[in-house]
Ligand binder design. Structure first.
Ligand code: SF4
Length: 518
């Protein structure tokens, strides 16, 4: 294969990884070097100044020796052509695209070529060529392979802006069932190491900058790049296993509080390969993914905690209203909120008022008393907010029954007209392909009783497998003996120090989260 043919295969193989937005670094250009990284934005996301920033999103190789049941690159899938970049090819391609202004950075992931360390060495070589030979200062997000040795993660972190380790599935049992070559330890150990390295690096940097007496004799000369200055993120697949939103959000909260993750990405399970252990449904839970992102936003920016959003008795987010509206409907005694006097925390609880809108309200009300016209001018979604606010004593939703049922009916109806309505009209249902036009897959009305029954049927095979622990995590599953030859796999996983030793899940039905809130 020539480089362009490799690119077609390896860019297509990378399209299912969603954990690649937001750079979070500001690094301007420098004479004699190439590129710059600006705050936020990658892979077709928008920077604060409105620019769309693009990353080259590729795998180092799709010739993976692991056999994760849900993955198109799994070793037993003979249907995909296999290939690998050499480090030089990848670096030249990235620089070539950068110079042509096609991209502003690189998102690099990989299948496991032999073992995690061998794969990471290839990635490090490619990044070294980029950073040291070409002097590339653009944004680089690198995916860390579970089980990689900590020394190699150190090298990777010094060459990348962001690192991420995919959690893949929310519980130890599910991981053992669908990703038998990975384990809780092989995923969490690199995440902890990245967390500690970023923290240590920030401490030393802060000390040096403050010029304390600690460094008086010998001022620290920063010879190495900062360690992953944009932090780390992760990704979880939603809907491939039966864990509830309650479990997923608790796990996310633990990741934010214990490992300081910048983002937890949710990826609705897409049925791309067949496996008896995968859910017996073709439906893609995009609405559920969307609700999880909304809940995640509440955790990170709105001061909510998980128990305010969801509880064990109702472990799935409401499919018809967003989590903030659902909280408001369950706490009508908190409302109405007076927009001219309420503190920021109270404004942030009002459906239709976002973080930016709440801050604008605080600023605007110093100048004048706010009414409907002013709120609309500030970009508040007034049609939603009005049921929950007063404006100088006047209730915004007068004439409407202030009851849970009546408000629920209004909040679950599609937004009609206005700026927010026009944006909703433009939203396309279904999973968009990055590369070609496809028919949108069906969307399940998640969490409805009917759908819960359908999900019970879908996960029947997984439940049966969990009841027979000896069968889980065993190396030989259907099709494994017919694996295609692996390119670049010059080390078997068993020979590799970093290969998973854990993996067989417990045979009980209770899913053990990968990480719990301390
Ligand atoms: S390690 Fe698993 S998820 Fe990653 S490429 Fe290989 S089979 Fe796919």
């Amino acid at each position: 294969m020539n480089v362009i043919e490799k690119l077609e295969v390896l860019a297509d193989a990378a399209k299912y990884d969603v954990a690649c937005t937001s750079s979070g670094v500001q690094r301007s250009g420098k004479k004699g070097q190439l590129g710059a990284a600006h705050q936020a934005g990658c892979c077709h996301s928008f920077t604060p100044d409105g620019r769309c920033v693009t990353l080259l999103k590729v795998l180092m190789t799709n010739a993976c020796v692991y056999d994760c049941a849900y993955c198109v690159n799994r070793a037993s899938n003979a249907a995909v052509p296999r290939t690998a970049f050499t480090p030089r090819e990848l670096a030249d391609l990235t620089i070539g695209f950068y110079r042509r202004n096609y991209i502003e950075g690189l998102f690099l992931s990989s299948g496991v070529a032999g073992c995690p360390d061998r794969t990471t060495e290839l990635m490090v070589q490619a990044l070294r060529i980029l950073r040291e030979e070409y002097g590339f200062r653009g944004y680089i997000h690198t995916k860390t392979i579970p089980g990689t040795s900590l020394e190699l993660i150190d090298e990777l972190g010094r060459l990348s802006d962001r690192l991420s380790v995919n959690l893949e599935l929310p519980s130890k049992q599910s991981l053992g069932l669908l990703a038998p070559n990975k384990s809780r330890h092989s995923i969490l150990a690199p995440m902890r190491h990245i967390f500690e390295s970023v923290a240590e690096d920030k401490e030393s940097l802060a000390l040096a900058q403050r010029r304390t007496t600690v460094y008086r004799e010998k001022r620290m000369a920063r010879k190495t790049r900062a360690f992953a200055p944009a932090g780390q993120s992760t990704q979880m697949i939603i809907g491939a296993t039966p864990e509830s939103d309650y479990q997923i959000l608790n796990l996310s909260a633990a990741l934010y509080t214990q490992l300081s993750l910048k983002r937890v990405f949710f990826s609705a399970y897409l049925p791309v390969v067949a496996d008896p252990l995968l859910p017996a449904t073709d439906a893609v839970q995009l609405n559920r993914e969307h609700r999880l992102y909304q809940a995640d936003w509440l955790l990170r920016y709105y001061g909510f905690n998980v128990s305010e959003i969801i509880d064990e008795k109702n472990p799935f987010l409401a499919p018809d209203v967003d989590p903030k509206a659902n909280w408001a409907l369950n706490h009508l005694d908190f409302f109405p909120v007076e927009v001219n006097t309420a503190p920021l925390e109270a404004l942030l609880r009002v459906p239709g008022i976002g973080v930016r809108g709440a801050r604008l309200i605080l600023r605007a009300r110093r100048q004048s008393t706010l009414g409907e016209a002013e709120l609309r001018r500030l970009g508040i979604a007034y049609k939603r907010a009005r049921y929950f606010i007063t404006m100088n004593g006047a209730y915004g939703g007068s004439g409407i029954d202030f009851s849970r049922d009546a408000l629920h009916a209004r909040l679950s109806a599609p937004i009609d007209g206005g700026r927010h309505g026009r944006r909703a009209d433009r939203a396309v249902q279904g999973q968009m392909s990055l590369f070609e036009a496809v028919d949108a897959p069906p969307v399940l009305p998640e969490a409805s009783p009917a759908n819960r029954a359908a999900l019970d049927v879908a996960f029947e095979a997984q439940r049966r497998a969990l009841a027979q622990p000896a069968a889980i995590g065993a190396p030989a599953r259907a099709g494994e003996s017919e694996r295609p030859p692996i390119l670049g796999a010059d080390t078997s996983p068993a020979e590799c120090e970093g290969a998973s030793q854990e993996g067989a899940p417990h045979g009980n039905a209770v899913c053990e989260p990968l990480l719990s809130v301390a």
